[in-house]
Design a binder for this molecule. Structure first.
Ligand code: SAH
Length: 464
């Protein structure tokens, strides 16, 4: 972030602008929405400016700016449409202590003005650091369409009612009241009888929420998917929106944690490699303790919670404590990995079944039906298989698997740093963590990336 967005208190403060043409007018139309005192310096002001001055909405000086003219100003705009005059006036304003902006000159400006969606007192500021004004305009139009015009009055009435609503206990109860007001009861009352109806409805709404039975604690076991936030389900998004506490594992990316409700407590219960950082018992206790206190808990697991996630142990602990729960499935690493290489997990003429294997279990390297896997056409998605690559390779070759069986390792599937390693069973690096694969990686046994496959067959034709 080269520019940090803030909302500046301008009520009763000075904002100074230099310029009398179109650029100045465009800025003034925005600034006139504020409660700041506006002062304009323009030797040849546009007619609108003279009108605004006559209405007392700004102070107009029909001359060029001089040192001292921007004293005590919080902001200064140079809108002279003349580089030399812009540089001169902004130097004056800077010396006078104001933050300066030169219209359409990003590099010489100390601040820039965002695109604004105005539902006063709700304002949305959109910035692209000057990179894409088109994008800012598109986002603005999108938000304008989405935010009802009544949001402004609702927020104003709501603000005046805040003190009354403080009798509700902090946290969920109070939040539910406000959510009901802004998204349900408020807009409905506004539609039927305008602002007076909104005012009249508030006491009743408060009473209803005060006497409503308390929502009990609950645990949602939510799949976070392989890492790309766009691969979250809508239900996962909703659960994150409503969470009081989010207990996540190490696979969950920061981009996804960003989506949790801002007030939610985030707890990293990450486990690493072979040894857990937090024991399963500790995690179970953490989940049940929070839910017992009435929290809406999201237990957020990478991929799908039902795949190699020790989900059952957690469910049993929660159920034993008499707490309600449900599962929100997610996209598992195997699905993201085959998508990355353009393949299917099953294929009619190749494999009618697919196995999900773990490279290691509690006891160390995990044993599997190697004989079955060694047959031609078999496909397996191997989770947690980085350290066990050599062990798996050895077992499969021992049971007669074809040495040239394709093996594809997908690291960081679905993430910006995704990498694909295309190899064969006999060439598979023995320890993938030593083959510079540091992120989570899934090994697809029996599948090659489609492009690589095409290359190989081209090569075979050449050799034939
Ligand atoms: N529940 C998860 C799996 C947890 S086990 C799921 O459904 O995906 C952890 C293993 O998942 C990792 O060791 C790795 O093999 C695999 N994995 C998880 N996310 C991955 C990703 N983005 N890319 C590749 N492999 C991943």
């Amino acid at each position: 972030m080269k520019h940090f967005p803030v909302f500046l208190a301008v009520e009763g403060r000075r904002i100074v602008l230099s310029g009398g043409g179109d650029a100045a007018l465009a800025k003034l139309r925005l600034l006139l929405k504020t409660e700041a005192h506006l002062t304009v310096f323009a030797p040849a002001p546009a007619a609108e400016m003279i009108g605004w001055a006559a209405e007392g909405r700004l102070t107009l000086h029909r001359r060029a700016m001089e040192p001292g003219d921007a004293l005590c100003a919080v902001l200064f705009y140079a809108a002279n449409e003349n580089d030399i005059e812009d540089a001169r006036t902004s130097a004056i304003a800077r010396a006078d202590g104001a933050l300066t902006n030169i219209v359409d000159n990003l590099t010489d400006s100390q601040f820039i003005t965002p695109a604004i969606v105005d539902r006063d007192p709700v304002t949305v500021a959109i910035g692209t650091e000057g990179a894409a004004p088109v994008l800012a305009r598109a986002i603005k139009a999108d938000l304008e369409a989405r935010l009802p015009v009544v949001l402004g009055p609702l927020a104003r009435i709501g603000k005046a009612f805040r003190k009354m609503a403080d009798i509700l206990p902090m946290g969920r109860v109070r939040r539910d009241f406000w959510a009901d007001y802004y998204f349900n009861a408020g807009p409905r009352a506004m539609e039927h009888g305008g602002e007076t109806a909104v005012q009249a409805m508030l006491d009743g709404l408060l009473h209803r929420h005060r006497t409503a039975p308390k929502r009990p604690g609950h645990v949602a076991f939510v799949g976070a998917g392989p890492g790309d936030p766009e691969l979250l389900t809508l239900k996962a998004r909703k659960a994150l929106d409503e969470a009081d506490v989010v207990i996540h594992d190490r696979l969950v990316t920061p981009e996804i944690l960003e989506l949790a409700r801002r007030e939610a407590t985030l707890i990293d219960a990450g486990k690493e490699g072979f040894g857990p950082a937090m024991t399963q018992d500790e995690i179970n206790r953490l989940i049940t303790d929070h839910a017992r206190q009435g929290a809406q808990v999201v237990r957020l697991k990478g991929g799908d919670p039902t795949v190699f996630g020790r989900l059952d142990e957690e469910i049993e602990a929660v159920a034993a404590a008499g707490i309600g729960w449900h599962i929100v499935p997610g996209i598992t690493a195997a699905s993201a990995s085959v998508a990355a290489i353009g393949q299917s997990l099953t294929r009619r003429t190749r494999n009618g079944s697919v196995r999900f294997l773990t490279g290691h279990d509690m006891a160390g390297f995990a044993d599997h039906d190697w004989r079955g896997l060694a047959r031609p056409g078999e496909v397996a998605a191997i989770y947690m298989g980085k350290k066990s690559a050599r062990f798996i390779q050895g077992r499969l070759l021992m049971h007669g698997a074809d040495r040239t069986t394709p093996v594809t390792v997908i690291e960081n599937a679905s993430r910006p740093d995704q990498r694909i390693l295309s190899t064969t069973l006999d060439q598979l690096p023995q320890d993938l963590s030593e083959a510079a694969i540091s992120g989570p990686a899934l090994t697809l046994y029996g599948l090659a990336a489609r492009a690589a496959q095409a290359e190989i067959s081209a090569l075979e034709q050449e050799l034939a």
